[in-house]
Design a protein around this ligand. Structure first.
Ligand code: SF4
Length: 331
């Protein structure tokens, strides 16, 4: 079922020319000093109620992008405008207040849940700290509510994280995020650590919650198969840059960037016969280091159709078709 998005309204989140460089080496223990260009000029927006998938291989900068949005990393430059406020310039007090409306669901619920707290305490704590629900009885009732909302039972409030399965723990992570009454949730590889059958359940849960509560998601994943079902639009990142961004259908049916084409070619087809007959035309090899990125188009050493110009000129992210952007000289 397609969603109706309020596209005439300003986006809930707008990331403009976001840059995050890390300085490495050259310290007490030596090593060559250099700059890791983890995020190198990333721009995108998300409409309220929308899900934007952000996809790329490990080390492409997608998680750092998420951390810069949350201001867990301060960007080197660029802006992060959330509900009209630029989070890179607001006062610390305003940041705390606004930041509450952006929550995150992590990949590994086990390491993100305090093992010494019960599930009830884990969900109630942020509501107490941020004075969302001040009365202890009302908080306990809200915990029960949230547990049911994420498909758990009120009695799970007395359990500890280690007494639950991976899928149940991720549901607790979702309930803890919802406790803060967010409008935007950054889902950072939320199903990558789960079995495939459980992955579908968590994705369905996130979709149901979005429909009920009008949530907006930035859904970070390392492969295109995971975000296909849930995303309205998909942005593909490579070595710190967005190389393609489009509506889900356009991106999967007609990918314009050779890197997106390679990622799609790597997604297995569920039918084993079809999969066996399919040509995996593009062998990608290793991702170059963001410490010393290639000149020109950063994808040129791995690109099967690179031309001489690609070694020299950086391709701009441009609108090749309406709403479909790609950073490739040949797109
Ligand atoms: Fe390949 Fe050149 Fe396009 Fe980069 S700009 S993706 S190297 S064809």
């Amino acid at each position: 079922m397609s969603k109706v998005l309020a596209t005439s309204e300003p986006p809930i989140l707008e990331v403009k020319n976001l840059v995050k460089h890390f300085h490495v080496g050259g310290g007490l223990f030596g090593g060559k000093a250099g700059v890791v260009r983890a995020v190198d000029g990333v721009s995108f927006f998300i409409q309220r109620g929308e899900t934007l998938g952000l996809v790329g291989e490990s080390g492409c900068g997608k998680t750092t992008t998420g951390r810069c949005i949350l201001q867990l990393e301060r960007p080197t430059s660029g802006s992060v405008i959330f509900e009209g406020a630029d989070l890179t310039t607001v006062s610390p007090d305003d940041l705390r207040r606004v930041r509450r409306r952006i929550q995150v669901i992590f990949q590994d619920p086990y390491s993100s849940l305090n093992p010494r707290m019960t599930v009830g305490q884990i969900i109630a704590e942020p509501m107490a700290v941020h004075r969302i629900v001040t009365d202890a009885r009302a908080r306990a009732a809200r915990v029960r509510d949230l547990l049911e909302r994420v498909g758990l039972l009120p009695r799970h409030a007395d359990r500890y994280p280690h007494e639950m399965s991976g899928g149940q723990r991720q549901r607790v992570g979702v309930a803890r995020a919802l406790a803060m009454e967010p409008s935007l949730i950054i889902c950072d590889e939320p199903v990558s650590a789960l079995d495939v059958s459980i992955q579908a359940q968590i994705i369905n849960l996130l979709e149901d919650l979005q429909a009920d509560l009008g949530l907006t998601y930035l859904f970070i994943a390392h492969d295109l198969a995971v975000v296909r079902h849930i995303s309205d639009r998909v942005a593909v990142m490579y070595l710190g840059k967005v190389v393609e961004i489009a509506d889900r259908k356009a991106l999967y049916d007609d990918p314009l960037h050779p890197y997106t084409q390679a990622l799609l070619a790597a997604v297995p087809i569920p039918d084993p016969e079809l999969e066996a007959r399919r040509e995996h035309a593009i062998v990608l090899g290793e991702v170059p280091s963001p410490l010393n990125p290639p000149s020109g188009c950063v994808f040129h050493p791995r690109c099967p159709i690179a031309i001489e110009r690609c070694r020299v000129d950086v391709p701009e992210l441009r609108e090749v078709k309406p709403g479909h952007w790609a950073a490739c000289h040949l797109a």
